[in-house]
Each structure stands twice: as C-alpha cells, then as structure tokens.
Design a protein around this ligand. Structure first.
Ligand SMILES: Cc1cc2nc3c(=O)[nH]c(=O)nc-3n(C[C@H](O)[C@H](O)[C@H](O)COP(=O)(O)OP(=O)(O)OC[C@H]3O[C@@H](n4cnc5c(N)ncnc54)[C@H](O)[C@@H]3O)c2cc1C
Length: 530
C-alpha cells in the first residue's frame, strides 16, 4: 500500500554536499516549503565528528559501501567505493579537504554549458559558501555557513613533506589560488577541531524552520510523473511505501551513483537498458549513467619511527582531543598536497601529489599495525571514462559501477600515473624526508626489484579511488547531455539534478567544494524560475 504523506513546493532527494546546501538555502525563505529525503540516518555517529576517525565509518550503517566491477587496469581488482549515507552525505565521511580546483576547470564547464558556470561567476558562490578562518586572500569567503580552517595540529612529518617539495624544486604556496602551481598544507572543513559537514553548515541552522521537513531513513525509489511533469517522489521509510508531492519541482541530489540509478528506475535513461530491466521508458536519454569520471590515487608507503596517526587512538591523544580539540585526532589524514605536470608542454597540471602522515593503506579498510606515512599521486584529468548501469529494477539492488580506470586506448592515464609515482619517489628521496622515512612497506614486497618495477606493482596493487565519482548526468548545452545549464533534466518537466553527477568534466581539485557550489547554484536557479 502507498501512503501519501506530504506535499511541499520542492522535494529534494539526498542531504549531501549539494542537497543539504540546496535545502538550507531554499528554506531560508519562510514562504517556500521544502521536503528533504535522506536514505540514511541522522548524523549522530561519533566517528563522523572526530576528523581522523573517518575511515571507521567505512562499511558502517552510514556508508553505501559500493564495490566496482573488476578493473583490468588494476590487476583485476574490484575497488571499494564508500559513499556517505547520512545527513551531510559524503561530506559527513570525507577527508575534509577544501580544494576548489582551478579557475580553468570552471571555465571549461562554461564552454560546455554556459557562462553562468565560469570561474568569474562561480567564485562569487565560493565567497558566499565559505567562512575561511584567518583568510589570507580577498577572494576567500569570510561570512558563509561553511567553516574552512587551517589544521590545528598538523604533524611535523607534513612539514617535512612540504620541505621535501621545496627541495625538489616545487613552490610552496597558500591553498586555493585560482591557478595553483605548487604545494600547500590542506585547508579543512572543520570548526574548532571537529568536522563541519554541509549538515552542520546548512541543516543545523535550519532545524527549527517549520517550512523545512527533513525525513531520514527515507529512501526514494522513483520519481512520480503526471504526463511529462515530475510531480513527486515515491520513497520507503520504515518498510512503508509513501509518496511526497512537489507543487513546483523535484530535485535529485543523491550523488553520482544514486542519481543516475534513480533516473533509470524512473524510466529515464537508455531505452534498451531500461527495457532489458522491464522498466517502462519515459524518456530515452542514453547518456544517463555514462561519462563516469573519477580520480585514481596510487601510493607508496614507508615505515616511520614515530609521529604518524598510528598513535591517534592512544590515551594522550584522546585526552588532548577531548580537553582541547587538538592533536592527532583533528587530522584530516591528507594533510598536504600539490600540483604538477606528468610531461612538458601541458598548459595546466594533470597530477596532484598528496601526503598522509598515517598508515592509510589497503583502501583504509585495514587498521595500521605500525607507524607509517603515505606519498600518493592522483590523476586529475583522466581520459578513461566509465559507466553506472542498473543491476536490476529493484531500488535496493546496488547498481553496477564500472569506472574503467586506466582504460584509455592511448595509455595516457597509465603513463601519467607512473610519472606521478616517480615524483613520489623523488619527494621521498629529498633530504627533508629521506632522513625520516624507513623501509618501503607499500607495495609490500619480499624482494626489492628495480624502481620502475616497484612503481608498476604499486600502480596495479595499491591504487584506489580518491572518492570523486562525477559526470554521470552530464550538464551541457548540447542536446545529448542529461541536464541543461539550468540543471533541468532533458525531455521531461519540473525535474532537476544538483550533485556531483552534473559535472561535465572532473575538476583538478577535490569534489566537495564544487558540489556545494552546485547546491547553491541550484537554489538560485529554482528561485529565479518559480
Ligand atoms: C571517504 C571519502 C573521502 C572524501 N574526501 C574528500 C575530501 O577530502 N575533499 C573533497 O573535496 N571531497 C572528498 N570526497 C568527495 C566528496 O565528499 C563528494 O564528491 C561529495 O560529497 C559528493 O556530493 P554529492 O552531493 O554529489 O553527494 P553526497 O554528498 O554523497 O550526497 C548524496 C546523499 O543522497 C543520499 N541518497 C542517495 N540516494 C538516495 C535515495 N534514493 N533516497 C534518499 N537519499 C538518497 C545519500 O545517502 C547521501 O546523503 C570524499 C568522499 C568520500 C566518500
């Protein structure tokens, strides 16, 4: 039996980086009624709030706990893909790195969509979003809801990494310039040493608004239509199937995996695939689920004597955190990063380098056994593209995720990653780090083959996601795109998408920041057109 539970102006599916920002902004107008559906529970788990504990959320009840198809480019391994399933979405389990990306990334979106997505326009959203503590630059926001701070207790090892970068010839600069060309200490989405998710930034202040209804443990199962117009959402809560109606519009903000799944379950996608699953086709939109682009991370791990987050759970650190909100437990793990090029002639960096003073190995699923540090490299603009497809017509069945890492025919991605690992090795060999790093423990090898062989092994065995899937409901000005530059789903009415899935191309940075921009931008677009 289906129960009709409520009606609002807007129904938003997903309370993540984009959805929480959107719901918070829309409901700031008391005349606008908003229902926000979130499949996960409230964000009460203590590990959400203690920064260094985020990997303890992996495979917990606040994780969608996805697994990719076996990846031939990575030795046939299936890669674990965590995604947040709670208020704040993935911003409640991410590594809190606030990395805007390059101005050129947003200018590229503007070329593919329209000028409203250019950096010149987007930077205004960053200003509106951010509350950067001790902001050093005038393009940083200082009055927004989302707190961005320096790390309170970065490890001395991280200082050594930045010194090693300097010794290797890289500039060390402040984070989040419009065209970063060097290395920086990470700015983090934290306040007084605790995580500051979009639930903290946008939903907590909206808690008492009578015009915002937040339903948790409410999983949307399909969009409801009358003719070509979306008029509501069907969802399951506590085993009961209910509907909520939207007077104005429905917005999907379930993230780059769940949003295309929900569109397909609602009859919007590739008609052949939908028919194959017995789903009635509402609109043939073959690019739904395609264009999947993710950041691949590959690492080298070294034993260190002390000073790594291996000690974060020891009593003195717990006491320091509880008493002063300082110490290792405030660490976001990825404490420093930098940008570089894999080859000469590239106009912009195609590699990010990252440092974690922590034994963050084996996809973060296995607790460390000793002090260690990780030097990683990330492919910022992969040529390889993957796809999300339905496993079945049942919403509770996880979709099939195939990122097709390192699958580009020219082998460009693979060569760039190997070059990135060479840079990791150079940084590890620079005087400031060399004296602190012990034996290489990842890749874990019994003998020590020549360096090039070690790097090939690291790429195959020790690469995993940086958790940035994007692009599966690509925005564009072309007719084949899934959403138009106003985020409206093509071929139907009153339905929009606002989350990581709309990115036409992945940015050279981390994806939380642009997702919050997308949520804020969606709020403006809805207000302007209704
Ligand atoms: C472990 C990890 C570390 C990361 N580290 C960083 C980092 O340090 N910096 C950075 O910039 N980015 C990081 N990211 C990536 C970043 O957090 C994401 O790109 C971003 O949060 C995605 O935002 P979104 O709004 O698209 O989706 P999400 O934030 O994932 O939100 C989607 C929400 O929709 C809900 N939902 C989905 N389907 C349904 C449904 N059917 N019904 C109801 N609700 C539904 C989900 O439960 C979730 O709450 C990380 C991600 C992870 C997982």
């Amino acid at each position: 039996m289906i129960q009709e539970s409520s009606v609002a102006d807007y129904v938003i599916v997903g309370a993540g980086s984009s959805g929480a920002a959107l719901a918070g902004r829309l409901s700031s107008d008391p005349r606008t009624e908003v229902v926000l559906l979130e499949a996960g529970p409230r964000d009460k788990d203590k590990y959400i709030h203690i920064p260094a504990a985020f990997s303890k959320l992996f495979r917990s009840e606040v994780d969608w706990d996805y697994l990719t198809e076996p990846q031939p480019g990575l030795g046939g391994r299936s890669i674990y893909w965590p995604r947040g399933k709670t208020l704040g979405g993935s911003s409640s389990m991410n590594a809190m790195m606030w990395v805007r990306g390059f101005a050129a990334d947003y200018d590229e979106w503007a070329e593919l969509a329209d000028d409203s997505w250019s950096f010149g326009k987007v930077v205004e959203y960053f200003r509106r979003i951010e509350n950067v503590e001790d902001a050093a630059a005038n393009d940083a926001g200082t009055t927004g809801p989302l707190n961005v701070s320096r790390q309170r207790s970065p490890r001395p090892l991280t200082g050594a990494y930045l010194e090693a970068a300097r010794e290797t010839g890289f500039p060390v600069e402040r984070a989040n310039t419009a065209q970063p060309e060097g290395f920086s200490q990470t700015m983090v989405t934290q306040k007084r040493g605790a995580r500051w998710s979009t639930a903290d930034a946008y939903l907590a202040p909206a808690r008492k608004r009578p015009n915002l209804t937040v339903l948790t443990e409410a999983a949307a199962t399909r969009v409801l239509f009358e003719g070509s117009a979306a008029v509501g959402v069907e969802y399951v809560q506590g085993g009961v199937r209910r509907t909520v109606r939207a007077r104005k519009e429905v917005v999907l903000a379930g993230g780059a995996i769940n949003t295309p799944q929900l569109l397909m379950l609602s009859g919007i996608g590739d008609e052949q695939q939908l028919r194959g699953q017995g789903i009635a086709v509402r609109h043939h939109l073959p690019e739904v689920g395609r264009n999947l682009s993710d950041h691949l991370l590959s690492i080298l791990g070294y034993r260190v004597e002390s000073d790594s987050l291996f000690a974060a759970e020891k009593l003195p650190e717990l006491a320091n955190y509880l008493a002063r909100r300082r110490g290792m437990l405030t660490s976001n793990v990825g404490e420093a990063y930098g940008f570089t090029r894999s080859r000469e002639g590239l106009a912009l960096p195609d590699l990010e380098m990252i440092f974690a003073p922590a034994p963050f190995f084996d996809e973060g699923l296995v607790p460390g056994t000793e002090h260690a540090a990780v030097l990683g490299t990330i492919l910022l603009k992969p040529e390889s593209r993957g796809e999300i497809t339905l496993r079945s017509a049942d919403h509770a069945d996880k979709p099939i995720i195939d990122p097709r890492y390192l699958s580009d025919t020219g082998g460009v991605d693979r060569r760039a990653m190997l070059e990135g690992l060479r840079v990791c090795d150079s940084l590890a060999s620079a005087p400031a780090l060399k004296s602190r790093l012990g034996e290489m423990v990842r890749p874990a090898l019994t003998s020590r083959p020549p360096l090039e062989e070690v790097l090939e092994i690291a790429l195959e065995r020790n690469s995993h996601t940086l958790y940035h899937p994007t692009g599966t409901c690509r925005m564009g000005s072309d007719a084949a795109s899934v959403v138009d530059p106003q985020l409206r789903v093509r071929g139907v009415d009153r339905l929009r998408v606002a989350d990581a899935s709309i990115m036409p191309t992945i940015i050279r940075g981390h994806t939380h920041a642009p997702c919050v921009v997308i949520g804020e931008r969606a709020a403006d677009l809805l207000r302007q057109s209704n």
